[in-house]
Design a protein around this ligand. Structure first.
Ligand code: ATP
Length: 258
């Protein structure tokens, strides 16, 4: 098996084409995600960010092209690489009838043979790593605030000690303080667990606060992948509107003042 250890890339997408009927979403899209980086993915509404995420995860079959995660072709994956992937979908996607602890144990039950006591301790550790207080373990999702639910989603996403974490709009719906705390959590997890992070976000503050590089989807492709200070120099009209419009400038200035 190729575990891709010598490969500096965590994800390599080449020549991706996805269409729904006549509607082409991605056409000859290429993307590289480096090991250990936090990559933000931005693009207009309907530009195909979620479809790209689902395609990388193997949930959506492309019409053409290849997706490799840690050197393994997702089109032919036997599931080995799936254990190295953690995903937090929007809203956390938790089982409402289970406690937070049981939600975090769910992937462990499915994929490991840990003894029950050990599994419980491992799940409690993930809950603490996600920044939740210990007592949250016994609560159900409906008893949590929006921010706590997202943290519970993160705790479940890291249940199996993944190497890469996928986040879909992680700060959507959070107030600015909650969003900033969540940004810090993402950075801390990357640093302490050595994760690679692939994050779809519209949140300009998050992009400035945590992303090493940002990939921009426009015109059915990734038009560029670069650190933000380079994107600010781009001539692409969508990138200029997005990053150099009033909200983009405010986010950049706020970051400069920290
Ligand atoms: N299963 C599907 N069948 C048909 N069309 C689909 C399907 N999934 C997505 N689409 C279409 O693909 C396009 C891209 O959708 P996607 O959800 O990836 O956009 P997005 O960039 O994530 O948007 P947003 O920022 O609004 O969440 C949209 O026009 C959507 O309607």
């Amino acid at each position: 098996m190729n575990n891709g250890l010598a490969d500096p890339l965590a994800i390599r997408v080449t020549g991706l084409r996805t269409a729904f009927g006549d509607k082409v979403i991605h056409d000859n899209l290429d993307l590289e995600v480096r090991r250990g980086e936090i990559l933000g993915v931005v693009g207009g509404s309907g530009s195909g960010k979620s479809v790209l995420l689902n395609t990388i995860l193997g949930l959506q079959q492309p019409d053409a092209g290849h997706v490799e995660v840690f050197g393994e072709d997702m089109g032919r994956s036997q599931g080995d690489v799936q254990r190295r992937i953690g995903v937090m979908f929007q809203q956390g996607a938790l089982f409402s009838f289970l406690t937070v602890l049981q939600n975090v144990e769910a992937p462990m039950l499915e994929h490991t043979r840990l003894a029950p006591g050990f599994m419980r301790e491992a799940a409690r550790l993930k809950i603490r790593l996600a920044g939740l207080p210990a007592h949250a373990a016994d609560l159900r999702p409906a008893e949590l605030s929006g921010g706590m639910r997202k943290r519970a989603g993160v705790a479940r996403a890291i249940a199996l000690d993944p190497d890469i974490l996928f986040l879909d709009e992680p700060t959507a719906g959070l107030d600015p303080i909650g969003a900033a705390e969540f940004d810090a959590l993402i950075r801390d997890l990357r640093d302490t667990l050595g994760l690679t992070v692939f994050m779809i976000t519209h949140d300009l503050d998050t992009l400035y606060a945590v992303c090493d590089r940002v990939a921009v989807i426009a015109d059915r492709k990734i038009v560029t992948t670069a650190p933000l200070h380079e994107l600010e120099q781009s001539d692409h009209p969508w990138i200029r509107d997005y990053f150099l419009g009033p909200r983009g400038r405010a986010a950049a200035e706020q970051q400069d003042s920290i």
